[in-house]
Design a protein around this ligand. Sequence first.
Ligand SMILES: C[S@@+](CC[C@H](N)C(=O)[O-])C[C@H]1O[C@@H](n2cnc3c(N)ncnc32)[C@H](O)[C@@H]1O
Length: 219
Amino acid sequence: MDKKATWDRFYAETSSRTPTFKNFEWFFGFESVRDIIMPLLQTMSRPDAALRVVDMGCGTSALGPSIYRHSPVSVHVTCADISPIAVKLMQEHIQAKTIQPHILSSQIEFIELDCTQLDKHFSASTVDLIVDKGTTDALLRSREGKEKASLALKQCLRVLRNSGSLLQFSDEDPDSRLLWLETAAQDPGLMTADVGVQEVGELRGVQYYCYQVTPHLVL
Ligand SMILES: C[S@@+](CC[C@H](N)C(=O)[O-])C[C@H]1O[C@@H](n2cnc3c(N)ncnc32)[C@H](O)[C@@H]1O
């Protein structure tokens, strides 16, 4: 689950099963986390500039497009994935569907990007919010992906503003995820982060969580 080829195959097969494009949602859709994301955007809002939002490992989920569409404040949403097939499907879909955002100045883009190299696309301390639905889970669950998950977390902390947040939506139990986050999010002398968790709710018998990581630069 940490291999580009695996995901390319997954999205090619999933899209070939239906004649028209259909978003594929890992875990759950936007409505399940709307009340977590929208108030956060409202509190982060700046009068002078759009908030920078990244959906890390977006796949063909409607999460990024829904944030773009419903955000009560101006946002620039970047949906990024390692799979060029997922990115192309999303680009074609958004062109065909023309979604009108609630705030006219909001923007959305889809890019191919490895989440262990976010700094190739984003400068340090420029992003307000990163959402990750199932991407870190996929990395942590593959034998060779654990190191990539730690690298991706460090990259998130690097590109996030000091007041920004990373939200990881996951089905992993807090006992293990909090321990991992609290260890992997520290960079002695350089970076520290606050880590919190809240329940998203239970769906089809599975309990889901939202892990929030907020970086603090050590001065
Ligand atoms: C479990 S799926 C979740 C997809 C989407 N977020 C959703 O909610 O449906 C994991 C996603 O992470 C992407 N991915 C895996 N490794 C990645 C990496 N190193 N960089 C960026 N995306 C990656 C996969 O292509 C896949 O789309």
